[in-house]
Design a protein around this ligand. Structure first.
Ligand code: NAP
Length: 253
């Protein structure tokens, strides 16, 4: 295997059952990468992603784990290693979104959001990084959000976690760079998945599109292309960076 070639390597995509995660799984499969598809509860959706990975010509393995749980993540990494081989590529994509005014942000919501969106990335990275270091190869992409750059008044916990993901990316990238590990981040804007549609009315979505310079909602495939680029050899001199993929809507309302 050419040192930089991704074909034949194994990727773990958290939250690969739906939305952006599914598009990432398919994009990686198109490059010949074996894909472990993590999900929390929606097994049928994960199986659908596995079907699409197979149609793209690669191997898939679905694996249930709550990424907020260190124990479940450790077991997942062990299981994936047995079925697809060691994880060389990690995409921390799983996430939850809260849309609440500040006086409704309970300690429970705060903690669950931090555990799922931020501590989960610690859990997965710390479960795979030592193996990557031993093999002298690793590529990690973390999923942030434009909420982590600008902040959102009704998504305070979410924005905090997504800002944390950007700093985790920067700090870790510098720490592991000597071992040929690259760590980067994607910060999507509004993307056409269940996540925004579950909290925003069609009218609000239209307003957000209107506030987007490129005048459209992002598609999961838009994000998958950026993730693949950051994993690939085309990004070999890039680490610790966050690419904002938002159609230009970053500092606008
Ligand atoms: P989505 O459609 O709601 O899908 C969320 C995925 O995460 C599902 O696969 C879900 O699994 C999984 N998940 C949630 N909690 C989990 C947990 N505790 N353990 C394991 N898996 C878990 O979300 P999306 O829109 O594709 O978002 C993907 C990422 O992009 C997230 O990090 C999100 O914050 C970020 N993002 C999205 C947007 C947007 O507009 N869509 C914008 C900016 C950033 P199940 O299927 O089993 O529930």
């Amino acid at each position: 295997m050419n040192d930089n070639t991704l074909s034949g390597r194994t990727a773990l995509v958290t939250g690969g059952s739906r939305g952006i995660g599914r598009a990432i799984c398919v994009r990686l499969a198109q490059a010949g990468i074996k894909v472990a598809i993590n999900y929390r509860s929606n097994q049928a959706a994960a199986e659908e992603t596995a079907q699409r990975v197979a149609e793209a010509g690669s191997s898939a393995y679905t694996v249930r784990a709550n990424v907020a749980s260190r124990q479940e993540v450790d077991a997942m990494v062990e299981e994936v290693g047995q079925h697809l081989g060691p994880i060389d590529l990690l995409v921390n994509n799983a996430g939850i979104f809260e849309f609440l005014p500040h006086d409704e942000l309970t300690p429970e919501v705060w903690q669950t959001t931090l555990d799922t969106n931020l501590t989960a990335a610690y859990n997965t990275i710390w479960a795979v990084k030592d193996g990557m270091i031993e093999r002298g190869f690793g590529r990690i992409v973390n999923m942030s959000s434009i909420g982590g750059v600008r902040g959102r008044p009704n998504s305070i916990a979410y924005s905090v976690t997504k800002a944390g993901i950007i700093m985790l990316t920067k700090s870790l990238a510098e720490a592991v760079a000597p071992h040929n590990l690259r760590v980067n981040c994607v910060a999507p804007g509004l993307t056409d998945t269940e996540m925004p549609h579950s909290v925003a009315t069609p009218e609000v979505i239209e307003e957000l599109i209107e506030a987007t310079p490129l005048k459209r909602i992002g598609q999961p495939e838009d994000m998958a292309k950026v993730v693949y680029f950051l994993l690939s050899e085309d990004a070999d001199f890039i680490t610790g960076q966050t690419i904002i993929a938002s159609g230009g809507r970053v500092l606008l309302p």
